[in-house]
Design a protein around this ligand. Structure first.
Ligand code: NDP
Length: 489
């Protein structure tokens, strides 16, 4: 065995005794001068950092992205430049609503976040395992999340709050249908798809823009738990996802996903019967076929969960030349909210933490602040503002995006007016076979069991509009459930 290093204080001074605190006599009180004791207790008090308000419980691993398809006609991004090219990445999967100690196998949307360490900076694709979301206006995000969290008085999750909000927000129906379907309870992180969810843009070498959606399809196949199976699993272990992801990779079986894009021209986007920037809508595959881009493989477990998963800070604002944003309102809101959350949670310089550090040169003029690890590496220490005459970093106009024409009046446009919230959930419902529809009806009936009748009725009216069989199925499942509970009394 190699010789163990000498134990020290954080200031590097050697420690003589790490078993006994210093006291006045063997039974006596400890002395203030035992700084080693003070330091240990003070550090322990500070071991926890602020929990993420959403996506608090997570599981992550490192891996690679390999290009398998040429999409240079759409994007000049270096990450897509050559077939066979690989880029390192770090992934984080998560549940949305539960706290950091929540059970992994609960029914919930899963976060699906990827950080690609490209030569032009970090590209973060921060999506979910669903192609849509509950809201289409970021103004509603705090309200929606409030309904997923604990009631202020009971300190319990409140199905009444959830269904009350959803029944008053028809745009949520599509995502509710996915959440309550088989796909709402994936067995492991490896057995689910990932989606960029928002519409993004790609810019090619001719500086032309296309709108795109990202899809990551699991190569392990989909596998889900029913509510009863999930309850049994949670009874056996609350850490089902962590165990599955960690042990799979540790055993050398590396999970993979195929990345695809859907592409829409700017001209097409002006003619779609739906708003292509609406986060509650998919782009039908028949009209916008999937184009294969590459393969994601996870092949290395983190050495330290806190440093490499808890500290991993993803933000959709992290894009690179060749990939851009879109007018999607919720994406626009997230561009602010994610980086802001990390500054609050991890500090001003969160991008300098090892897991977040870009693997390319970084040159900016942000300065000072708490825990600033930067050493200014400009040619001259006088170059601490811009423009300067001392060789400081300069802008690169070659990466400017083409202008995006926007028009319209500045006002609070009613996002619910003239929007079809029922056609796509209806299409999804009709895609399910009878067994899948039956489980969907039962899952909804169980989730709504304690909800006041008025709210349940309002919600069923939305199911009716998606498909009359959907509404009828949920009503029947509710009746069956109350019959069973009466019989059990
Ligand atoms: P398609 O028949 O071409 O595609 C249907 C998609 O539905 C497939 O990608 C399939 O994913 C996915 N799917 C199947 N069961 C479920 C489920 N329980 N929950 C969520 N997704 C499921 O039809 P369209 O493209 O015209 O879309 C029809 C409906 O399918 C949409 O309204 C939407 O609800 C849903 N959908 C569409 C997606 C899209 O991007 N177009 C993506 C995901 C869902 P897979 O191939 O991986 O099995």
């Amino acid at each position: 065995m190699s010789k163990a290093p000498r134990l020290t204080t954080t200031a590097g001074a050697p420690v003589a005794d790490n078993q006994n605190s210093m006291s006045a006599g063997p039974q006596g009180p400890v002395l203030m001068q035992d700084y080693q004791l003070m330091e240990k207790l003070a550090h322990q008090n500070r071991e926890r950092i602020a929990e993420r308000v959403v996506h608090a419980k997570g599981w992550g691993a490192f891996g690679t992205f390999t290009v398998t398809g040429d999409i240079s006609q759409y994007s000049k991004a270096a990450v897509f430049s050559d077939i066979g090219k690989t880029t390192e990445l770090v992934s984080r999967f998560s549940t949305v609503a539960g706290e950091a100690g929540a059970a992994d196998n609960e029914r919930d949307v899963r976060g699906f976040a990827l950080k690609f360490y490209t030569e032009d900076g970090n590209w973060d694709l921060v999506g979910n395992n669903t192609p849509v979301f509950f809201i289409r206006d970021p103004l509603k995000f705090p309200d929606f999340i409030r309904t997923q969290k604990r009631h202020p008085r009971t300190n319990l999750r409140s199905p009444t709050a959830m269904w009350d909000y959803w029944s008053l927000s028809p745009e949520a129906l599509h995502q509710i249908t996915i959440l309550m379907s088989d796909r709402g309870c994936p067995r492991t992180p490896m057995q689910m798809n990932g989606y960029g969810s928002h519409t993004y843009s790609m810019i090619n070498a001719r500086n032309e823009r296309h709108w795109v959606k990202f899809h990551m399809k699991t190569q392990q196949g989909h596998a889900h738990y029913t509510n009863a199976e999930a309850a049994q699993k949670i009874g056996e272990t609350r850490e089902g996802y962590q165990e599955a992801l960690f042990s799979t990779i540790e055993n050398g079986q590396f999970p993979k996903w195929t990345m695809y894009i859907q592409v829409m021209t700017e001209a097409q986007a002006e003619q779609t019967p739906f708003n292509p920037f609406d986060l509650t809508k998919v782009w039908p595959h028949g009209d916008y076929p999937l184009i294969k881009v590459g393969e994601i493989e996870l092949n290395r477990n983190p050495d330290n969960y806190f440093a490499e998963v808890e500290n991993a800070a993803y933000s959709p604002s992290n894009i690179v030349p060749g990939i851009g944003f879109s007018p999607d309102k919720v994406l626009q809101g997230r561009l602010f909210a994610y980086a802001d959350a990390h500054r609050h949670r991890l500090g001003t310089h969160y991008e300098a933490l090892p897991v977040n550090q870009p693997k390319c040169p970084v040159s900016h003029y942000h300065k000072d602040g708490q825990m600033n690890p930067f050493v200014t590496k400009t040619a001259n220490p006088d170059a601490y503002y811009e423009p300067n005459s001392f060789g400081g970093a300069v802008e690169d106009p070659s990466v400017a995006e083409p202008p995006l024409k926007l028009s319209g009046s500045a006002e609070r446009h009613d996002h619910r007016s003239g929007n079809d919230d029922y056609a796509q959930p209806g299409a999804l419902y009709r895609l399910m076979d009878k067994d899948q529809q039956g489980r969907l009806h039962r899952n909804i009936a169980e989730a709504m069991a304690s909800v006041p009748e008025e709210i349940a009725a309002r919600m069923c009216a939305h199911f009716d509009k998606a498909d009359p069989a959907y509404g009828a199925g949920v009503r029947q499942a509710r009746a069956d459930l109350s019959e069973r509970s009466v019989a059990a009394e």
